[in-house]
Design a protein around this ligand. Structure first.
Ligand SMILES: [Zn+2]
Length: 433
């Protein structure tokens, strides 16, 4: 009997504690209601009108018409604007500091300088409407991990970052620090990702998984913006690419492959990468393979403007301009072919090539080269989230992060609206209004 009373006592106490906890949680939850005049839903490809988005802390709780707004909610009135999910750029390099297009500049700086110079890169990216980025490589290994973590802690302002940690590259390849005399010994963080056999690739992937990478970036062909590199060449062999994908899968990580050349692209697709970056010289067989494997193409068709503009001003090294000759137009024509063929397309700009915070300018080029405005928006929202494997971003739905942006006009009628984002919320917190 005494035991029973004790048990009842404990049960009562537990119930009261639970109630108190629930009340405290309710009282401290930040409740926000956003009134959206128009709401772009990339999942259905529709634009809805007069919706209320109810947000509790970082997540969306309800979306609908005529939802009751709780008395304690902060109301944000975007009823005269078009509301969209936060944009996602699947190809950025935010952690390279303030660079001028000449990678040799990296040798004049410490990793600490790179990191601190990257703070404004992160801020302008978020303020331009990109609430998430897939950052696909950094000159000095793991500076991107540090930047991601500083943003997550709230020390600095920036988008949600998913980072590569380093480039996985052949020695002297597209992701290597090149241009120095052979007898100069590079520090560890400038040669971290070099690998020259399937087992070396596996070793680097294992190290990256341990050091905090969210995905793996491999370089399957030469590059435009690397000294001593030829974008038309093939770099990693099929078995090295296969090793990268297989080893990354052991850690639950996806792989993206840089590739310009037709063979480099096809080798990467056959190896099972999640996306091909640039995909500049993709041929008909490559397009068919991408479709068959469900591989995303992440084609940076805007940055050609900045490479050529920089060339006129003398800011782009001569060998880079030679690599780039004709490739810009080829890439844009192939983008159109891939869109028409129905290949999965994501939005990636190679931010850093063009100034940070200007990625929104790529939307107009994607529309000019064959996408509908809705398809271009989907590439940067629902499709991008699918490529990243994160179902809690990419559209405005209950249970997802409250990553919400707004523009004044109608981006379906005029895609240039996305170059001028007026309102930015990331995980329920307003960063621009
Ligand atoms: Zn890049």
């Amino acid at each position: 009997m005494r035991e029973l009373i004790m048990t009842r006592g404990i049960a009562k106490y537990t119930l009261i504690t639970a109630l108190l906890c629930a009340l405290t949680a309710f009282a401290s939850a930040q409740v926000t209601a956003v009134r959206a005049g128009k709401l772009v839903d990339p999942d259905s490809g529709k634009v809805l009108t007069d919706r209320i988005i109810l947000i509790r802390d970082a997540k969306i709780e309800k979306v609908g018409k005529g939802i009751d707004i709780p008395a304690n909610a902060t109301v944000i009135d975007l009823s005269r604007m078009t509301v969209l999910p936060g944009l996602i750029d699947c190809h950025t390099h935010l952690a390279d500091g303030a660079h001028d297009g000449e990678p040799m500049g990296q040798f004049r700086k410490t990793a600490a300088q790179d990191a601190l110079e990257s703070v404004p890169n992160a801020r302008v990216t978020l303020e331009s409407g990109f609430t998430t980025v897939r950052d696909v490589g950094v000159y000095r290994a793991l500076v991107d991990v540090a930047l991601r973590d500083a943003i997550d802690r709230g020390d600095i302002v920036g988008p949600r970052m998913f980072v590569a940690g380093a480039y996985v590259t052949i020695t002297g390849g597209a992701g290597a620090a090149t241009g120095l005399a052979p007898d100069i010994q590079l520090p560890w963080d400038l040669r971290y990702g070099e690998a020259n056999s399937p087992w070396e690739v596996r070793r680097v992937v294992r190290q990256l998984a341990h050091d905090g990478a969210d995905h793996i970036k491999v370089l399957s062909s030469g590059a435009v913006l690397t000294h001593g590199s030829n974008p038309k060449s093939q770099e990693f062999t099929p078995d090295e690419l296969q090793a990268a994908v297989d080893e990354a899968n052991h850690f639950g990580l996806r792989v993206e492959a840089h590739a310009h050349s037709p063979e480099g692209i096809k080798n990467a697709i056959r190896a099972g990468v999640a996306s091909v970056e640039h995909a500049t010289m993709i041929d008909d067989e490559g397009i068919a393979l991408a479709k068959q494997h469900g591989t995303y193409l992440d084609m940076d068709i805007y940055d050609e403007e900045c490479i050529q503009e920089g060339g006129k001003k003398g800011n782009v090294p001569k060998d880079f301009l030679e690599h780039d000759a004709q490739l810009g137009q080829i890439q844009r024509d192939n983008f159109r072919k891939a869109v028409n063929a129905g290949v999965k397309m994501s939005f990636g700009t190679d931010a850093g090539v063009c100034p940070y915070g200007t990625a929104g300018k790529q939307f107009a080029f994607m529309v000019q080269y064959g996408m509908t405005p809705m398809q271009a928006i989907q590439a940067a929202t629902s499709s991008a989230a699918d490529l990243l494997g994160h179902s809690d971003i990419g559209s405005i739905k209950p249970g997802k992060y409250a990553d919400i942006i707004a523009v004044s006009g109608d981006p379906i009628a005029d895609i240039h609206e996305l170059e001028n984002v007026k309102f930015v919320m990331k995980a329920g917190k307003v960063y621009k209004q």
